[in-house]
Design a protein around this ligand. Structure first.
Ligand code: NDP
Length: 297
């Protein structure tokens, strides 16, 4: 029987643990706060930011939101980040990506104070993750690690294949899986668009993390019997629905679930975990900044 990994349930447990952390912080006189910054009029980005704000409210994290005209000079975004870096009541800062073309993304990622970089994208935090001394693990791969743990899926000694090498998913995912630490110790292969014999590599994996951004890219015929399949993909495809589209993963769920030992659905798998881990990083940031011990979930 294939086990369906319930990301909604695991994320709810993480949120509950985060609420407890908020109570601990509040008892010490600290109100954790997350600032989101949006410099875009893309409806998807607007939706993501408002979901993050709603999540904050649910667990008692104070939400701050700054909107910047997408045509404004880049300096306006940099100045906003500087202001948020200086504010006592802001524990974490999230600049919603992508930013407009005239804004240098690298500058943005370096501008956020590493202590408030709850996305974990600042080079200092990337370096710490690679060195095995993570401060903030990026939310999506951290969420995947939590899902594997929640379902007792052993990473130690497992052959893992990550499809995708982006800075926000593939690379940090692989870095977490190779760490000599709980949730790591996997023998990890990273595949990308130049990989030869990708099918062979995926077919030998005990754990497959699909993050290529291609609908249905991994199907059942590619998988080893009993493999754990984590589908990170969120892809919009045309469909006969009210909105005219539907969201699908990078895994062909129907064929993959015939072969997999465990599998995440889309929606309801990795997506809710990404959101929950942002809250986790925010209370972690508040605890570190104010020297309050929080019992992270
Ligand atoms: P990117 O587009 O930044 O990266 C895609 C990666 O897939 C690249 O490394 C690319 O290789 C690789 N790739 C593309 N085509 C192929 C191919 N034919 N064979 C093998 N590898 C290939 O995407 P992201 O990492 O940002 O996101 C991946 C997916 O995850 C998207 O669907 C995105 O929407 C989703 N996502 C979901 C989140 C969630 O919370 N569930 C959070 C973040 C993203 P190369 O480097 O060579 O170009």
């Amino acid at each position: 029987m294939t086990e369906v990994i319930d990301g909604e349930a695991v994320a709810a447990a993480i949120r509950s643990g985060v609420s407890d952390c908020v109570e601990t912080l509040t008892a010490s006189g600290v109100r954790p706060g997350l600032a989101t910054v949006l410099m875009s009029d893309d409806p998807a980005s607007e939706t993501y930011v408002s979901m993050k704000q709603r999540d904050c409210e649910e667990v008692g994290i104070e939400g701050f939101h700054v909107e910047i005209d997408p045509d404004a000079p880049a300096s306006e975004l940099y100045d906003t980040i500087d202001d948020l870096n200086d504010r006592e009541d802001v524990s974490g800062i999230l600049v919603q990506l992508p930013v407009p073309d005239h804004v240098d993304k690298r500058t943005v990622l370096r501008r956020v104070a590493p202590e408030k970089d709850v996305d974990g994208f600042h080079p200092e935090n990337v370096g710490r993750l690679v060195a095995g001394d993570a401060r903030f693990k990026p939310c999506t791969p951290h969420g995947v690690q939590k899902l594997l743990d929640a379902y007792d899926i052993e990473t130690e000694g497992a052959d893992a294949v990550v499809v995708g090498r982006s800075d926000i998913v593939g690379k940090p995912m692989a870095n977490l899986l190779i760490q000599k630490a709980p949730g790591g110790n996997a023998t990890t292969t990273v595949c990308h668009s130049r990989t030869r014999n990708l099918e062979e590599k995926v077919g030998s994996a005990d754990i497959v993390v699909a993050a290529a951004g291609i609908p249905g890219f991994v199907d059942g015929s590619m998988l080893k019997e009993g493999a754990t399949v984590i589908d990170v993909g969120i892809n919009k495809v045309d469909a006969d629905t009210e909105k005219g589209y539907e969201l699908v993963g990078d895994v062909d769920y129907d064929s993959a679930s015939e072969v997999a030992g465990a599998i995440t659905p889309v929606p309801g798998g990795v997506g809710p975990m990404t959101r929950a881990m942002l809250l986790y990083n925010t209370v972690k940031a508040a605890g570190l900044q104010h020297d309050v011990d929080v019992d992270l979930p």
